[in-house]
Design a protein. Structure first.
Length: 93
């Protein structure tokens, strides 16, 4: 936790091991929620790794985690395919 004060960081990542069971495990839920609150209080972006279901994505968004990555959004792909993608958030506006 000391690194949050020591290093010039602008985001915190929620490890996929906590995201995996966030809907079933109260301990994972508590950890995820704490990370989000800490990030918000420190004016840091928070990104969730390993989002695989719509339920996980919805829960994280409801808690204030607006950035996420994982198979729910896209499977791994070559860089040229990624460059051709439009952001799902931008394409809605």
């Amino acid at each position: 936790m000391n690194y949050l004060k020591t290093f010039p960081i602008d985001q915190l990542k929620i490890d996929q091991s906590f995201v995996l069971d966030v809907l079933e495990d109260p301990n994972d839920e508590a950890i995820v929620n704490a990370i989000i609150v800490i990030a918000q209080k420190l004016n840091l972006k928070v990104i969730a790794e390993g989002v695989e279901t719509q339920g996980q994505a919805k829960y994280l968004l409801q808690q204030g985690c607006e950035l996420a990555q994982g198979f729910f959004y896209y499977k791994p792909m070559p860089i040229d395919d990624i460059k051709r993608l439009k952001s799902p958030l931008r394409s809605q506006h």
